[in-house]
Design a protein around this ligand. Structure first.
Ligand SMILES: Cc1ncc(COP(=O)(O)O)c(C=O)c1O
Length: 406
């Protein structure tokens, strides 16, 4: 018995999973060939499980910007910005992000996860109330745990429930802070942000929106769901990440609140970790520019998303409530989901296997995330492979035999 004995049930479940085929949680690609293709066990595999929404990981101009700065400024900052100072690039990226969002201030974090940890745990203090969507990402839950505010959950995407919970808090002292996501990462559904903003106005709460999956995806300029539904003025803090549409790593928060910069000396996940390497900052800054200069990437992404959603829904698979770059197929049970995922992988298609309790519906999901870089032919291949495996595993009827031609 060791200290890790407490993980025995997890080990048992994990061993069982691995006994059924590949390990979905530690695949080793032989090579990444492009934003949409990798090599796995010697075979070309379509990548349909990354968050590379605009396909910018291989963008020439981003690679060049990054390489140049890497050579000039080295591989890392080796410390936090409060200890080691900022490089030009950090401040410049903050200015560009603030400009892009039309906000006064911006703070860049080392990951999107840390942006949520930092903002939630610092902005909401002891005696305040964080009112979060029940299906929030782990980084939002962890941000709540790191801070000292009371935490209340409202039913997923239910503004009436949100309103009820805020009304119950109305006589309690302390600030109330609503937290919602633009586009939810498991089912690809968007928040009813117009209605949430109305509740915020009526109850005098603050509003934080995590646009991790909606930046570069939604809104005329790609600022996310708040832009798309016209409620940006109601959002006090926009949190986002560089690891999806911008193709790198890092996170940020923008705001108009006076004294926002005080957080730089109050926010532990900003203060006590090394800042982003200058080369990452450089590729991100360039990706932000490309994202704004090439709105056609967003159009292509949404066309690809619709194509995949229509294809899978048309085959009879249970997909999420709306077409979006996240297209998830609900599986009846765990064993079936694992078998399906392995069969797709063997056929040359990689996507995410999401198992309860990490899924919002309590059922396993096969989760695809689409990229602007996918060709329509790759999307069609993905749909065909779903159909083929569905027939193999007996959830789709056999294809009608081809008519003989004379
Ligand atoms: C909604 C949401 N917020 C934050 C994050 C964290 O982002 P990062 O990967 O940059 O740490 C994720 C990551 O998937 C996410 O889905």
């Amino acid at each position: 018995m060791t200290i890790l004995a407490k993980f025995a049930p997890l080990k048992e479940a994990y061993d069982l999973l691995r006994a059924q085929g590949a390990d979905p949680f530690s695949l080793k690609f032989d090579a990444i060939l492009s934003p949409t293709e990798g090599e796995l066990n010697g075979r070309r595999t379509i990548l349909l499980g990354t968050n590379n929404y605009l396909g910018l990981t291989f963008d020439e101009s981003c690679i060049e910007a990054s390489t140049e700065v890497l050579k000039a400024q080295g591989t890392g900052t080796t410390g936090s910005r409060i200890a080691n100072g900022s490089y030009n690039g950090h401040r410049q990226l903050e200015q560009k992000l603030a400009e892009f969002y039309g906000r006064k201030e911006c703070m860049v974090f080392t990951t999107g996860y840390q942006a949520n940890l930092g903002i939630l745990s610092t902005v909401a203090g002891r005696g305040d109330h964080l009112v979060i969507d029940a299906d929030s990402h782990a980084s939002i839950y962890d941000g709540c745990r790191l801070g000292h505010a009371e935490v209340v959950r409202f039913r997923h995407n239910d503004p009436d429930d949100l309103y009820k919970r805020l009304r119950r808090l109305q006589d309690q002292p302390g600030d109330k802070i609503i937290v919602a996501e633009g586009l939810y990462s498991m089912l690809g559904d968007t928040a009813p942000l117009k209605e949430i903003a109305a509740v915020k106005r009526e109850t005098g709460a603050y509003l934080i929106v995590d646009e991790a999956h909606s930046m570069g995806v939604l809104g005329e300029k790609g600022r996310g769901l708040a832009e798309a539904v016209g409620v940006e003025a109601d959002v006090d803090f926009v949190v986002g990440t560089f690891s999806k549409s911008l193709g790198s790593v890092g996170g940020f928060c923008v705001s108009d609140l006076p004294d926002f910069n005080l957080l730089r000396v109050a926010c532990r996940p900003y203060m006590f970790t090394a800042s982003l390497p200058p080369a990452v900052i450089a590729s991100t800054t360039q990706a932000l520019k490309v994202m704004q200069e090439r709105p056609e990437l967003r159009t292509r992404l949404l066309e690809n998303a619709q194509r995949l959603y229509d294809g899978l829904t048309g085959l009879g698979f249970a997909t999420g409530p709306q077409a979006s770059p996240v297209v998830s197929v609900s599986m009846p049970d765990r064993a079936f989901a694992i078998a399906f995922w392995n069969a797709l992988l063997e056929a040359g298609l990689y996507l995410n296997l999401a198992l309860p309790p990490a899924t919002p519906t309590g059922t396993p999901l096969l989760r695809s995330s689409v990229s602007a870089a996918h060709t329509p032919a790759q999307i069609d291949t993905a749909i065909e492979l779903f159909a083929e495996v569905g027939r193999q595993l007996g959830v789709l009827p056999e294809a009608a035999p081809k008519r003989k031609t004379a």
